[in-house]
Write a protein that binds this ligand. Structure first.
Ligand SMILES: NC(=O)c1ccc[n+]([C@@H]2O[C@H](COP(=O)([O-])OP(=O)(O)OC[C@H]3O[C@@H](n4cnc5c(N)ncnc54)[C@H](OP(=O)(O)O)[C@@H]3O)[C@@H](O)[C@H]2O)c1
Length: 253
């Protein structure tokens, strides 16, 4: 699979997401938090989805302090959410905003760094649920809302191990391969009609977060990109600046 580089001159206007309503998963920490803050800085009304209320409230307070715009908070555990929960979220967004302009699926879980031969089935199911099935269900539930936007865009956090298999990355790697495949299938299905929905996969590359620390506890973290350095790539994928880009495997670094 070939991956597509973002424009070298990736520059975002301060209002590149002006008047857009975007939903961000994993918004309480790591890359998701940085994407939420960057999206708010770019003028979006942001809906912060995560499983830890305390973390989401901290992001909420930061965004209000920095930009004076009120986000929404939606606490949801993607490991236990039901189809009814996704429908209720979509109904709440419909009632509040009447549409949705974009989704950044950033939440993810690492699982175990274990050979497939010994991978635990319960953990396998949980990683696939959080990393692959939940983003699919959430997008599916929100499609009617996305179709009410003039330029809807969805971006999924991918990974280099979802493009080239690597030993001991287990369900995490397979779930990211699933994301890459789902993006291609969905991009074809949603490309036609008067209101195409753009769908892309974006690999943030190595970023200094809790997940990266869990995966590489011994590495020198000072050399890693900060979440804020890759957030603009997600904002770009959600913004009109990436108009016409769909079904792509993008790289933030
Ligand atoms: N960091 C990297 O180097 C790197 C490289 C390639 C790809 N990625 C991808 O980038 C994305 C963000 O990773 P990150 O490094 O920012 O990870 P992180 O710091 O561990 O953050 C993960 C986020 O996902 C949320 N989350 C985990 N399980 C959840 C669940 N069951 N329900 C709802 N939310 C859940 C976490 O919420 P809590 O904080 O409340 O637990 C957290 O906000 C992931 O999809 C990851 O696979 C990261």
């Amino acid at each position: 699979m070939t991956s597509t580089r973002l424009p070298a001159d990736l520059r975002l206007d301060a209002d590149s997401l002006r008047e857009r309503v975007v939903l961000l998963t994993g918004a309480g920490d790591g890359i998701g938090r940085a994407v939420a803050e960057a999206a708010a800085a770019a003028g979006a009304t942001v809906v912060l989805l995560g499983r830890t209320q305390r973390k989401l409230e901290a992001v909420y307070d930061q965004i209000v302090a920095d930009h004076g715009r009120q986000p929404a908070i939606h606490v949801m555990d993607l490991a236990t959410a039901t189809v009814q929960d996704y429908a209720a979220l979509a109904a709440a967004l419909q009632a509040e905003y009447g549409r949705l302009d974009g989704i950044a699926h950033v939440a993810g879980t690492l699982g175990a760094r274990t050979p497939l031969e010994h991978y635990d089935i319960a953990l396998w199911s949980r990683v696939m649920l959080v990393n692959l099935t939940a983003p699919w269900l959430l997008t599916q539930a929100c499609l009617p809302l996305l179709r009410q936007s003039s330029d809807p865009a969805v971006v999924f956090a991918s990974s280099s191990v979802g493009r080239t298999g690597r030993a001991h990355w287990g369900a995490y790697a397979v779930s990211k391969f699933g994301i890459e495949g789902m993006v291609q299938v969905w991009a074809e299905e949603l490309d036609g009609g008067s209101k195409p929905v753009r769908i892309n996969a974006l690999n943030p590359g190595p970023v200094r977060t809790a997940m990266r620390l869990e995966a590489y506890p011994a590495e020198d973290r000072s050399k890693l990109a900060l979440p804020a350095a890759v957030a603009p790539a997600f904002v770009w994928a959600l913004s009109p600046a990436s108009h016409g880009v769909t079904g792509q495997s993008l790289d933030a670094q």
